[in-house]
Design a protein around this ligand. Structure first.
Ligand code: FES
Ligand SMILES: [Fe+2]
Length: 459
């Protein structure tokens, strides 16, 4: 690795990590309100979590060609995720080295270079300064690497998911992801060629801390209550067979679904055991949406025997896979949590499409994706709003200064309920808060650590 620059001590970072008693703030069964409301803790998270561990940045299918780019953030740092002219994926700081303005103001595009709108400095998409207007006005040597764009020193992909970290001591990505890759693989491998293409997004912003979304990502306890109207809507025309998330009604802990914690803050909720294992088993669960019967009849008319296996590809995979701190795969969506401030967060839902690997054919691929778009309009529009309302009301509730604790002790201390497996993963019933207790251990570990942070510049 070349041209690394160590990050020197900075007052808020040091204060953030040193002044707090993390063992007091996060206990086995409860967490203190300050971790959701204190701006100094948020500042410390922006280095120790978003920087100190691997964070999801983008999907390779969003920048499929050389010189494609997309703008994203790592914590609060504005980034340009680019595939340079040689195909290397980089995460450049979207910040001109001259006086710090946002360099690229486009959301995405294709470009070999970026020209700063302020004074016209021009950078190659490798981050190297290519030229400046009227260079004779500088005595300084502008070939000095310090004028090249900063970039995230470590960028790695796992099967198309691009992650970055500033921490030179972080484990290699695949090792860090560990056992969560098994279920990511399964999520991908049900698609032809084991691939998806990420498409456009439903964008939400809520007035609440980013962790409220992650605390909810594997929460099977709230579904029957928070999403009651959605469950009722999904089942209004359902007849005998329950649709959508109906398995959360009555007694969810006696259903075959479960949650599993796999380490490093990652967990998943597996609702697939609730399905009937047959072609069309997933589709049978899909809740009603306009035009559905017509689509189904058309699939059967066109594809005969194959129709139900194809319809399953349009159906939402009943699993929530959560990769700490900011990525969830749910149904066929990719959801990304992006902190904006201690009390503001973007929660973006990206749709995914199947690609033809030769086994599908162009017509079936188009038909599946058209139907997939319809099914993917469901939860973000009808479910996410319920969750966001809760997150905002929690942030408000936490303004009650003297009532200091939030509890996450459901399932704790009941013999035989939470099981540690031979491989170190932890399994618990669907409504258990074991996932939250475990990801807070990882959060606390990271907040107490002194990560070895650096940026890189092209030499
Ligand atoms: S701030 Fe970019 S060229 Fe001046
Ligand atoms: Fe929810």
């Amino acid at each position: 690795m070349t041209a690394l620059e160590k990050i020197g001590p900075q007052p808020t970072r040091l204060n953030g990590t040193v002044l707090y008693d993390w063992d007091y703030l996060v206990q086995e069964d409860r967490a203190h309100r300050l971790i959701y409301t204190d701006p100094a803790i948020f500042d410390a998270e922006m280095t120790n979590i978003f920087g100190g561990t691997w964070t999801y940045l983008a999907h390779e299918s969003e920048i499929p060609h050389d010189n494609d780019f997309i703008t994203r953030r790592l914590g609060l740092r504005p980034l340009i995720i680019v595939r340079d002219g040689e195909g290397q994926i980089r995460a450049l700081y979207n910040r001109c080295t001259h006086r710090g303005t946002t360099l690229c103001r486009w959301e995405k595009g294709n470009s070999k270079s970026f020209q700063c709108p302020y004074h016209g400095w021009n950078f190659l998409n490798t981050g190297k300064l290519r030229g400046v207007p009227w260079p004779e006005g500088y005595a300084a040597d502008l070939r000095d690497p310090k004028y090249n764009l900063a970039q995230v020193p470590r960028v790695e992909s796992y099967r198309g998911f691009i992650f970055g970290t500033l921490n030179l001591d972080a484990l290699p990505l695949a090792e860090h992801l560990g056992a969560i890759t098994t279920v990511i693989d399964e999520w991908l491998d049900r698609n032809p060629g084991g691939k998806v293409v990420v498409c456009e997004a439903n964008r939400f912003r809520y007035k609440g801390n980013w962790k409220l979304a992650y605390d909810n990502s594997c929460d099977g306890y709230h579904v029957a209550y928070s999403h009651r109207s959605l469950l009722e809507t999904e089942n209004r025309f359902a007849g005998e067979n329950a649709k959508g998330m109906a398995y959360y009604r009555n007694s969810p802990d006696t259903q075959p679904m479960y949650m599993r914690y796999t380490g490093h803050g990652n967990h998943y909720k597996d609702k697939r055991p609730n399905l009937e294992k047959r072609p069309g088993g997933l589709w049978a669960l899909e809740s009603a949406h306009p035009g559905m019967e017509h689509y189904e009849a058309e699939f059967i008319r066109r594809y005969g025997e194959r129709a139900f296996a194809l319809l399953d590809l349009a159906g939402s995979e009943p699993v929530n896979i959560n990769v700490f701190p900011n990525l969830s795969l749910l149904g066929n969506h990719i959801q990304v949590f992006e902190p904006v401030s201690v009390e503001e967060t973007n929660a973006t839902w990206y749709g995914t499409m199947v690609v033809d690997d030769g086994s599908l054919g162009a017509e079936a691929t188009t038909d599946i994706n058209a139907l997939r778009m319809r099914t993917q309009e469901g939860f973000p529009n009808f479910g996410e709003v319920d969750d966001i309302a809760n997150f905002e009301q929690i942030q408000r509730g936490l303004l009650a200064l003297e009532d200091e604790w939030v509890y996450m002790n459901r399932g704790l201390g009941i013999p035989g309920r939470v099981i540690t497996n031979a491989d170190g993963t932890i399994t618990a019933p669907a409504t258990d808060e074991a996932f939250m207790r475990e990801h807070f251990k990882e959060w606390k570990r990271l907040m107490q650590a002194r990560p070895n942070l650096a940026i890189r510049r092209e030499p």
